[in-house]
Design a protein around this ligand. Structure first.
Ligand code: CA
Ligand code: CA
Ligand code: CA
Ligand code: CA
Ligand code: CA
Length: 462
């Protein structure tokens, strides 16, 4: 009966170009297994029909023709000459697709609903995906804009004992465990950005070296992580004052030379690269090895240790990519911009890299003007892969993340809470209840699943 009904529609209606209003996304109800598709046009002179689709498998749909009813205009339509159902925009599970085509699979009996198989679907990169944090850290001990940039340290034996180091730009560094509890607070100055690298040789030890930009005295603060106490110990040979009124910073450990360096910048777009070295007395010193410049305010940056790239966010312009080696070319190029051709909304803030393996992975940027994060391929020409936001997790009483400055991400499993690693962000407005700013932790798989990214990683940053 159902079959006969659709066949009669197909026979009656002649093929016309479909012109109508903007497409609306269809909704897939996971609980009922029902996909409500409010705007299927069986190509006709002037009619639009609602239909119900039921998913059979990920690429096959059951078209329940008995629910057909006219409802107005649409871009969704069935082409009876090719037996193709076209749907402009459809969410299936957590993924949003566009320009979908379903091929009619001829039904054997008249009583069976028509079956369609998905034959074409593009992931909709422009749809902002939503994820939730599962942990938030203790608020920082200063009000206003105070928390800024996190760095994740992985414990060498027990990844569940890993820590988050967060800057408090009005006064120091907070150290938190993976449940968000504070382990240590260092009131060492107005620390703006922080980063770390492993296996730095200091005397007879291999240390995890932590660097922070200290705006109190325009210096690079240097620490090692004590794995026993999971806290920071100062290892700077001196107050390493740089030639800038410091702002953002990030680190680079070159696989080419084995050398460690710090990129530090100011609000005029100037960048200095300082190489770190053991001073022979179990302390770390640094020397200026390079200067480069862009035209306006910068802050967030990240270096790709394996591919040798240095990414720099020019806050109201876009993301620059430079050679990270001290003797590299000082001419960079923009991989994405805040213009209408780009995916960014000023200001561009924190940057971080998720390593899938030596060559694959993702560059992530805090797109502060849109309270979102943009994701790019780490390799090649940094293809744009999508955008996500961190919405409130009402079940865990964790508020929505707004206005993020710094971010960090790690690919290493950190126990049951973070089986594929973790993405950590500063939250500019820590509410419900109103408290000082803090950092939010999102399990990597939530982001990977929402954007269709990889979550199995073979890369070890240690
Ligand atoms: Ca801020
Ligand atoms: Ca900034
Ligand atoms: Ca900032
Ligand atoms: Ca918030
Ligand atoms: Ca909160």
């Amino acid at each position: 009966m159902k079959y006969r009904l659709i066949l009669s529609f197909i026979l009656l209606f002649s093929l016309k170009t479909v012109v109508s209003a903007a497409p609306k996304a269809a909704n897939f109800n996971n609980n009922q297994g029902i996909l409500s598709l409010p705007q299927v046009v069986i190509i006709s002179e002037n009619s639009t029909y609602a239909a119900t689709l039921r998913r059979i498998e990920s690429n096959e749909l059951l078209f329940e023709l008995n629910t057909l009813a006219p409802i107005g205009n649409s871009f969704s339509y069935y082409d009876p000459t090719k037996n193709i159902l076209h749907i402009p925009n459809l969410s299936i599970g957590k993924q949003t697709y566009k320009n979908l085509q379903f091929e009619l699979i001829t039904s054997e009996t008249e009583t069976q609903p028509l079956r369609f198989r998905m034959i074409v679907a593009e992931v909709d990169r422009d749809a902002i995906r939503q994820v939730q944090a599962t942990v938030e850290t203790k608020p920082v001990p200063a009000s206003g804009d105070a928390a800024d940039d996190p760095a994740i340290w992985i414990h060498p034996q027990d990844p569940t004992q890993s820590i988050i180091i967060g800057t408090q730009k009005q006064g120091g560094l907070g150290i938190y465990d993976l449940k968000g509890q504070e382990i240590q607070y260092l009131a060492d100055g107005n620390m703006n950005n922080v980063d770390l690298r492993y296996n730095f040789t200091l005397g007879s030890e291999k240390i995890a070296i932590v660097a922070a930009s200290n705006r109190s005295n325009d210096s690079i603060a240097l620490y090692k992580v004590n794995p026993e106490s999971r806290s920071l110990e100062n290892v700077a040979a001196r107050t390493i004052r740089v030639g800038l009124t410091v702002y953002g910073m990030c680190m680079y450990h070159s696989v080419l030379s084995g050398k460690y360096s710090v990129f530090i910048n100011d609000k005029n777009g100037a960048v200095e690269q300082w190489e770190l070295f053991d001073n022979g007395n179990e302390l770390v010193n640094a020397t200026l090895v390079r200067r480069l410049k862009v035209s306006s305010q910068v802050e967030g940056c990240v270096a790709d240790d394996v591919l040798g790239h240095f990414y720099l966010g020019e806050e109201r312009v876009g993301i620059w990519k430079f050679n990270a080696e001290p003797d590299g070319n000082n001419i960079g190029h923009l991989i994405d911009t805040v213009t209408s051709d780009g995916h960014l909304t000023p200001e561009v803030e924190g940057l971080a890299i998720y390593y899938v393996n030596e060559t694959e992975g993702y560059l992530i940027a805090s797109n502060q003007g849109n309270d979102s994060y943009t994701v790019y391929n780490r390799a090649g020409n940094n293809e744009y892969l999508g955008t996500f936001q961190i919405i409130a997790n009402e079940a865990l009483n964790i508020d929505h993340v707004y206005d993020t400055d710094g971010i960090d991400v790690i690919n290493v499993p950190l126990g049951e809470a973070f089986p594929y690693g973790v993405f950590v962000v500063q939250d500019g407005e820590n509410i419900e209840p109103d408290e000082n700013q803090n950092f939010k932790l999102v399990p990597w798989e939530k982001i990977a699943d929402a954007l269709g990214l990889k979550k199995e990683s073979s890369y070890s940053p240690r």
